[in-house]
Design a protein around this ligand. Sequence first.
Ligand SMILES: [Zn+2]
Length: 289
Amino acid sequence: MAEYAYTDKLRTKTITPEEALLERSQGVFRDYYCPNPNCDAILAPVKGDENKHPNPFFRARKTKKHVEGCDYKAYYDEEAANEAARTRNAGLFESDFSIEALLSRILSYVPPESTSDSQRGVSRSIEEDEKVIREKIISSTAKLYKYCKFRSISETLGERQIKEFVIDDETICDTYRYFIKEGTYMLNVPVLGMYYIPDKKIIGLKYTKDFLCGLSVDYRITLHFTSEEFFRDETSLLMKFRQTRSNLVFVSTVTKNFGDDKNYHCTIENPAQLYFVQSDELVPNDQEK
Ligand SMILES: [Zn+2]
């Protein structure tokens, strides 16, 4: 990436943003030209910004922008960078949020290689792009959980009410009937009562709903893991929390098992789909291994 510009329209003499800033501090104000000879943009040096561009760079003047398709646009034009980031994150803003977009973002997430055990499972974040855009994006299971936690289930996020894509204690039933529907959801399920079947890479969770009339309904939710290693990691983590009031929160597509209304299936392909919510007072000492 060449962060430079020309001082003349014929493009014979280059200048770095550092040099241009120095000129300015000495009282020399002039136009700088885009390195692309087919572009009329007039540039100005910018000091840089801690998060986005730690080093000085050139930015096009608002009145003399880069031509469409100019290669230097992304580097010099904050608006263009913002626009590109908006496109990449479509469906993850508060205004346009969709659970399907979130699942697709999560499934494409490549975890960093050096993830320590203590980071795994407890807090998984996908931070990419957040430094570019100032507006909040909901790009991980943890973020969606935290967003919904303090809001009423009838509030909207994107175009839908929270209760339409969250399955938890509050949404799992209405007064007269109980339901989990097929579709893509964020599920928030107690770890208590979990079981696992190693040779099938399955973790089973049970959701027991007690009704005032004395009736009690058990939902079974099976998580099918696609990776052996990941299954092992998560199982040991779940075992550790099983006796506590911790919950497992995950984003997945939910389908019925055997057409049974109380028996559901989810596929877990990526560790980022999962997020543990620990009950602070009941979690065993984190240091013990
Ligand atoms: Zn240009």
